[in-house]
Design a protein around this ligand. Sequence first.
Ligand code: CAO
Length: 424
Amino acid sequence: MGKALEGVRILDFTHVQSGPTCTQLLAWFGADVIKVERPGVGDITRTQLRDLPDVDSLYFTMLNSNKRSITLDTKKPEGKEVLSELIKQCDVLVENFAPGALDRMGFSWEYIQELNPKMIVASIKGFGPGPYAECKVYENVAQCAGGSASTTGFDDGPPLVTGSQIGDSGTGLHLALGIVAALYQRTSSGRGQKVSAAMQDGVLNLCRVKLRDQQRLEHGPLKEYPQYPHGEFGEAVPRAGNASGGGQPGWSLKCKGWETDPNAYIYFICQAPVWANICKVIGKEDWITDPDYATPDARLPRLKEVFDTIEEWTMTKDKFEAMKILNDYDIPCGPILSMKEIAEEKSLRDTGTVVEVDHPKRGKYLTVGNPIKLSDSHVDVGPSPLLGEHTDDILRSVLKFDEQRVAQIKASGALGDPKKAAAE
Ligand code: CAO
């Protein structure tokens, strides 16, 4: 069986998390991803948060599967020469350097187009054009600037960042979609184009419902928020605790064992069409017809009381028992799963969403496989490359350099060492 992006070659100039997320997905869809890394150093995440000495970190291995690695000092003339040749042989260049870094290296959009007019140049930056365009950005900066932090947490606490990497991995996903769209457009236009995704924009896109609520707020209080009807609403969308972001109210409720297990909770959604079922399960049949509870509007000012009452029931069950009973009644709910539980979940292993990979130096480790499943493009999740593992292979098989040229480039130090590039 073929792969969706077979024949597409990606020049992967990414590092840390946002860009590597994007190129890893493209690799899983079958693209040949060539990761360019600085000799001797590589992507900084190779050494960050290491759990084992002298072994590429999980941070790196979990974001760089199925890629090839070439080490290249792109600030040396010979390195620039190799990079130029790679640009001619690739379809897409993906980068997430600080603003201006690619230009400073001598590879402006105009120059890249001269080398290869079909080249798609895809970039992630923290911000789009505007007052912050020149700023360096990491995950949590994007969460704060994109509207997520101001709307996450409890009303009486500080803004909170979320564990989901919506700034990095979220923007990587956005960029991947842009790249695939540009590749498709190229089939008719014959030309490359620039694809840009700013992390602030990516986070805001994922916080779309909060900009919706900002505008609703101009017309009165947000009745599904926990601040209603007792608290005050200010000028901006407040933090909503565990309230559901949609039209069906929800909250996290304690389950049996909550006193000792921080994850003994279930997320419970009071979906209007199954209100009668909810009342039956928790033994409050009178609420089915009581005008104070019978309709979604009547319940809005009483949501706290409603959830407190439901919680008295959920606390008598463990989260999986509660999940089973509630689903038998068609009531939407979800157990709060710990990472330990997720790592051990058989169904996620069966679908390839959680995968065990064998790494030549690390041995076996778990990673998250491709969450997007294509019926005609099978994904085999492989290990990440060692630093420079494919340098030789790429020079010979992709760039078709002969023995003499390979030796010449090696001697220049552009691929690494030669006496630490003649002591710099
Ligand atoms: N050979 C030679 N030089 C190389 C090289 C190579 N193979 N690869 C990178 N470099 C150079 C760059 O050209 C740059 O040099 P200049 O500063 O002289 O132009 C230098 O390495 C540093 O690159 P950088 O500025 O991208 O890296 P940084 O560590 O200073 O900043 C980060 C990191 C993430 C803050 C910045 O890259 C950034 O803001 N990126 C855009 C937003 C983004 O993706 N953030 C997500 C990061 S994940 O949380």
